[in-house]
Design a protein around this ligand. Structure first.
Ligand code: ZN
Length: 364
């Protein structure tokens, strides 16, 4: 049994003490509570990284040992819940492994040939989208992942970001996913894609760098979630440099979005969008970087209280998971101070508890 003392933040408020017994949290001292192992600090619901590809690395699909190493690196940062948002392999074997976060699988990214990172996506003809969305929904845990736009290289030096899916097909596909009980998350960088995504009623916009202020207000009003991925957007300068000479139109757009990124992310929060936090670990970005993602979002101008809530209790609630309410699963991260007033603590949790098991504890 574990006794948390200090501050225990939960969806319903705050407590000074909580006990973890049999994987469950309670705020009423159980029999034998005085003999529990005590952890003192600022405890809150374990972090949720909604965009973290466990099983994906620079060589695309990694072997099991590397996937387990990725998972344990992620868990050690306080992330007890991950939505994988697309891996081109069946990763469900990892669900029975210890020392991993709980993973919401999302099937494989759905794209068109030559319109995403090579080898990562399931590439289809647009007309197949409604059927394929349902197939991927059956492989996942309630979410599917679409690539909404990507560079159209066939246009040579005029190449730019372009939407992948005709509007009517997108609308049908989102409806098909919803009827199959799945929500839809969409990768998008381009402005031209967003109207169709909003009208189709997608559930979650990933990156969203092309959203205008009107789009942001519309997304907020419709309750569409947005994941800003600050670390990924920080890499747009490198993407622009690499594309530079060959694809100048695309490169200048990526550079513009890079330069405007702080104002853009702050505007998302100002618009009142329900944000989620995602590291985008797994293709170009390393695993275990979620704390730096949260710090980058705060540096961009999203209030720390918004970032921490989205990374913890609000994010869990938005994905349909409990957040330390009495009698619910004990996924907990403990810090030395409240990260909303001291963001520095997010990079060094004192303890991480996954389903009641103490999986890491700082030693000093
Ligand atoms: Zn991603």
């Amino acid at each position: 049994m574990i006794h948390l003392t200090g501050t225990v933040l939960h969806a319903g408020g705050e407590a000074t003490d909580a006990w973890i017994d049999g994987g469950i949290i309670t705020y009423r001292e159980p029999r034998g509570g005085s003999r529990a192992r005590t952890i003192r600090g600022f405890a809150m619901p374990g972090l949720v990284d909604v965009h973290c590809h466990i099983g994906l690395g620079s060589d695309i699909v990694v072997d099991r040992d590397e996937a387990l190493a990725q998972a344990s690196d992620v868990l050690a940062t306080g992330v007890t819940l991950v939505r994988d948002l697309g891996v081109p392999a069946d990763m469900t074997w990892i669900d029975s492994e210890p020392n991993t976060p709980h993973i919401i699988h999302c099937g494989t990214h759905i794209a068109r040939p030559k319109r995403y990172l090579r080898g990562v996506s399931r590439d289809i003809d647009p007309a197949e989208l409604p059927d394929v969305v349902v197939e991927e929904a059956e492989r996942g845990n309630g979410w599917v992942k679409l690539v909404g736009d990507w560079i159209e290289r066939s246009k040579g030096s005029d190449a730019d970001l372009e939407p992948l899916w005709p509007r009517d097909i997108l609308i049908d596909a989102v409806q098909a996913a919803h009827e199959a009980g799945a929500k839809v998350a969409v990768h998008t960088f381009a402005t031209e894609t967003i109207d169709d995504l909003l009208d189709a009623g997608v559930d979650d916009i990933e990156h969203g760098t092309g959203m205008t202020l009107d789009h942001m207000q519309d997304a907020a009003a419709r309750g569409i979630l947005v994941t800003p991925t600050a670390n990924q957007v920080a890499s747009f300068a490198d993407i622009a440099n690499q594309a530079g000479a060959k694809y100048p139109v695309y490169a200048s757009r990526m550079k513009r979005m890079y330069e405007n990124r702080f104002d853009h992310m702050a505007a998302m929060a100002d618009a009142g969008i329900s944000l989620l936090m995602g590291s985008d670990s797994g293709s170009t970005l390393a695993h275990g970087t979620f704390p730096s993602e949260l710090q980058a979002c705060v540096e961009a101008g999203i209030p720390a209280s918004t970032v921490i809530a989205a990374a913890s209790w609000e994010g869990r609630r938005r994905l349909g998971f409990p957040a330390l309410e009495e009698g619910t699963i004990a996924d907990v991260v403990v810090y030395s101070a409240d990260p909303r007033s001291d963001m520095g603590v997010v990079s060094s949790p004192l303890a991480v508890i996954r389903a009641g098991e103490l999986v890491s504890e700082a030693t000093d």
